[in-house]
Write a new protein. Structure first.
Length: 180
């Protein structure tokens, strides 16, 4: 009796098929990208820093309660007039001590943002965007007056100089239960 040889399976084509399937899944799968607010947080320290005494006139306080109602420097502002926050903040920062109820200097101005646990994400982001937009516009105006160019066209050192004159200081407290 003669022995029959077992036919070999060509593994080369199987490797090609596996490789093609791998490429197919890599190309067709969507990779989730992180989205959110880009904020540089302070480094963690074990011991909390001592409370800093701030002059109340240098603090621009914004509160959002659980019903998404705004309180800006003690006055109610309708959410529909959210752009008013940007104008008020720009006026507050660039006061240079003229108005006794506004900031002494842009370097001393602090924005305090306090949210309620029930505040909607849309309201929070809308207010935060207006605060950042106010600073962006002030940086642009300062850039045009000092260097005659757009803030985006400045080099790193020139941008640092602008930000040193008008530093972005937004203090966010942990969300609490604000009364409606």
């Amino acid at each position: 009796m003669s022995k029959r040889e077992i036919p070999e399976i060509n593994a080369g084509s199987m490797a090609d098929i596996a490789f093609l399937l791998l490429i197919f899944f890599l190309v067709t799968t969507t990779i989730q990208t992180d989205s959110g607010l880009r904020v540089l947080l302070p480094p963690y320290v074990e011991e909390p820093p001592p409370p800093e005494k701030k002059n109340k006139r240098n603090v621009f306080a914004v509160q959002i309660n659980g019903s998404n109602q705004l309180l800006v420097r003690g006055r109610p502002v309708p959410l529909s007039d959210i752009k008013e926050i940007k104008l008020q903040l720009k006026t507050f920062i660039t006061n240079y001590g003229k108005d006794p109820n506004a900031s002494d200097s842009p370097k001393l101005a602090v924005v305090s943002l306090l949210n309620d646990n029930g505040t909607s994400y849309e309201a929070y982001v809308g207010v935060y965007n207006q605060l950042k937009a106010a600073y962006s516009e002030l940086w642009e105006e300062s850039s045009q007056s000092q260097f005659g160019r757009s803030y985006e066209d400045l080099n790193r050192d020139e941008r640092k100089a602008i930000r040193a004159d008008i530093p972005l200081v937004i203090s966010e407290a942990e969300p609490t239960s604000l009364s409606n």
